[in-house]
Design a binder for this molecule. Sequence first.
Ligand code: CMP
Length: 137
Amino acid sequence: MTERTLILIKPDGVRRGLSGEILARIERKGLTIAALELKHVSTEVAEGHYAEHKEKPFFGSLLEFITSGPVVAAVLEGPRAIAAFRQLAGGTDPVEKAVPGTIRGDFGLETQENLVHGSDSPESAAREIALWFPGLA
Ligand code: CMP
Protein backbone atom coordinates (compact mmCIF):
# COMPACT_ATOMS: atom_id res chain seq x y z
CA MET A 1 0.00 0.00 0.00
CA THR A 2 1.36 3.42 -0.94
CA GLU A 3 2.08 5.59 2.04
CA ARG A 4 3.43 9.09 2.66
CA THR A 5 5.97 10.24 5.21
CA LEU A 6 7.42 13.61 6.20
CA ILE A 7 11.17 13.75 6.47
CA LEU A 8 13.59 16.51 7.43
CA ILE A 9 17.26 16.92 6.73
CA LYS A 10 18.09 18.78 9.92
CA PRO A 11 20.34 21.87 10.13
CA ASP A 12 23.45 19.74 10.81
CA GLY A 13 22.88 17.72 7.63
CA VAL A 14 22.33 20.84 5.52
CA ARG A 15 25.31 22.68 7.09
CA ARG A 16 27.59 19.72 6.46
CA GLY A 17 26.62 19.49 2.80
CA LEU A 18 24.99 16.07 3.16
CA SER A 19 21.61 16.91 1.59
CA GLY A 20 22.55 15.51 -1.82
CA GLU A 21 23.94 12.28 -0.33
CA ILE A 22 20.82 11.78 1.81
CA LEU A 23 18.41 12.51 -1.08
CA ALA A 24 20.40 10.12 -3.30
CA ARG A 25 19.93 7.33 -0.74
CA ILE A 26 16.19 8.05 -0.65
CA GLU A 27 15.98 7.87 -4.44
CA ARG A 28 18.11 4.73 -4.68
CA LYS A 29 15.82 3.03 -2.18
CA GLY A 30 12.98 3.63 -4.64
CA LEU A 31 10.97 6.17 -2.67
CA THR A 32 9.39 9.00 -4.63
CA ILE A 33 9.96 12.61 -3.60
CA ALA A 34 6.46 14.12 -3.75
CA ALA A 35 7.42 17.52 -2.28
CA LEU A 36 10.77 19.12 -1.42
CA GLU A 37 11.66 22.51 0.02
CA LEU A 38 14.49 24.27 1.84
CA LYS A 39 12.84 25.94 4.80
CA HIS A 40 13.81 28.27 7.62
CA VAL A 41 11.94 26.88 10.60
CA SER A 42 9.98 29.25 12.82
CA THR A 43 9.79 28.51 16.54
CA GLU A 44 6.01 27.97 16.09
CA VAL A 45 6.45 25.25 13.48
CA ALA A 46 9.29 23.69 15.50
CA GLU A 47 7.09 23.58 18.63
CA GLY A 48 4.23 22.05 16.64
CA HIS A 49 6.51 19.50 15.05
CA TYR A 50 8.01 18.39 18.36
CA ALA A 51 4.85 18.84 20.49
CA GLU A 52 5.09 15.27 21.82
CA HIS A 53 8.52 16.06 23.33
CA LYS A 54 7.34 19.19 25.16
CA GLU A 55 7.98 17.73 28.61
CA LYS A 56 11.38 16.24 27.76
CA PRO A 57 14.48 17.78 29.35
CA PHE A 58 16.03 18.30 25.91
CA PHE A 59 13.02 20.15 24.42
CA GLY A 60 14.55 23.66 24.71
CA SER A 61 17.84 22.70 23.15
CA LEU A 62 16.03 20.68 20.47
CA LEU A 63 14.06 23.80 19.45
CA GLU A 64 17.24 25.86 19.41
CA PHE A 65 18.97 23.27 17.24
CA ILE A 66 16.15 22.75 14.73
CA THR A 67 15.79 26.53 14.22
CA SER A 68 19.57 27.11 13.99
CA GLY A 69 19.65 26.98 10.18
CA PRO A 70 17.65 25.87 7.17
CA VAL A 71 16.25 22.34 6.93
CA VAL A 72 15.27 20.38 3.85
CA ALA A 73 11.69 19.18 4.31
CA ALA A 74 10.28 16.53 2.00
CA VAL A 75 7.26 14.31 1.57
CA LEU A 76 8.21 10.81 0.43
CA GLU A 77 5.83 8.38 -1.17
CA GLY A 78 6.01 4.64 -1.68
CA PRO A 79 5.05 1.27 -0.27
CA ARG A 80 5.68 1.28 3.49
CA ALA A 81 7.38 4.69 3.10
CA ILE A 82 7.35 5.41 6.85
CA ALA A 83 9.24 2.24 7.81
CA ALA A 84 11.40 2.39 4.67
CA PHE A 85 12.75 5.83 5.55
CA ARG A 86 13.27 4.90 9.21
CA GLN A 87 15.30 1.93 8.00
CA LEU A 88 17.45 4.26 5.86
CA ALA A 89 17.85 6.70 8.79
CA GLY A 90 18.85 4.17 11.45
CA GLY A 91 18.15 4.44 15.20
CA THR A 92 17.91 7.79 16.99
CA ASP A 93 21.32 7.51 18.67
CA PRO A 94 23.83 7.48 15.78
CA VAL A 95 26.44 5.53 17.76
CA GLU A 96 24.56 3.18 20.11
CA LYS A 97 21.56 2.40 17.88
CA ALA A 98 22.15 3.27 14.22
CA VAL A 99 24.29 0.73 12.40
CA PRO A 100 26.80 1.46 9.62
CA GLY A 101 25.08 1.67 6.26
CA THR A 102 22.34 3.91 7.64
CA ILE A 103 22.36 7.72 7.36
CA ARG A 104 22.86 8.25 11.10
CA GLY A 105 25.21 5.28 11.44
CA ASP A 106 27.43 6.55 8.64
CA PHE A 107 27.42 10.30 9.36
CA GLY A 108 26.33 10.97 12.95
CA LEU A 109 27.85 11.12 16.42
CA GLU A 110 25.22 12.88 18.54
CA THR A 111 21.66 11.98 19.53
CA GLN A 112 20.38 15.51 19.01
CA GLU A 113 22.31 16.37 15.85
CA ASN A 114 21.28 13.15 14.17
CA LEU A 115 20.89 14.48 10.63
CA VAL A 116 17.36 13.46 9.74
CA HIS A 117 13.83 13.09 11.03
CA GLY A 118 11.16 10.76 9.70
CA SER A 119 7.52 10.43 10.79
CA ASP A 120 7.02 7.43 13.09
CA SER A 121 3.41 6.47 12.29
CA PRO A 122 0.64 7.19 9.76
CA GLU A 123 -0.95 9.58 12.30
CA SER A 124 2.30 11.53 12.78
CA ALA A 125 2.87 11.57 9.03
CA ALA A 126 -0.57 13.12 8.39
CA ARG A 127 -0.04 15.70 11.14
CA GLU A 128 3.52 16.58 10.07
CA ILE A 129 2.67 16.80 6.33
CA ALA A 130 -0.19 19.20 7.15
CA LEU A 131 2.21 21.27 9.30
CA TRP A 132 5.11 21.47 6.83
CA PHE A 133 3.22 21.39 3.51
CA PRO A 134 -0.24 22.83 4.21
CA GLY A 135 -0.89 23.19 0.48
CA LEU A 136 -0.40 19.49 -0.25
CA ALA A 137 -3.63 17.54 -0.66
P1 CMP B 1 13.78 12.96 15.86
O1 CMP B 1 13.60 11.64 15.19
O2 CMP B 1 13.68 14.18 15.04
O3 CMP B 1 12.76 13.06 17.09
C1 CMP B 1 13.02 13.74 18.28
C2 CMP B 1 14.40 14.32 18.30
O4 CMP B 1 14.84 14.71 19.58
C3 CMP B 1 15.40 13.26 17.87
O5 CMP B 1 15.27 12.97 16.52
C4 CMP B 1 16.70 13.90 18.32
O6 CMP B 1 17.14 14.91 17.44
C5 CMP B 1 16.25 14.54 19.62
N1 CMP B 1 16.53 13.69 20.79
C6 CMP B 1 15.97 12.51 21.12
N2 CMP B 1 16.48 12.03 22.27
C7 CMP B 1 17.36 12.96 22.69
C8 CMP B 1 18.21 13.06 23.81
N3 CMP B 1 18.24 12.10 24.74
N4 CMP B 1 18.99 14.16 23.92
C9 CMP B 1 18.96 15.13 22.99
N5 CMP B 1 18.16 15.09 21.88
C10 CMP B 1 17.39 14.02 21.74
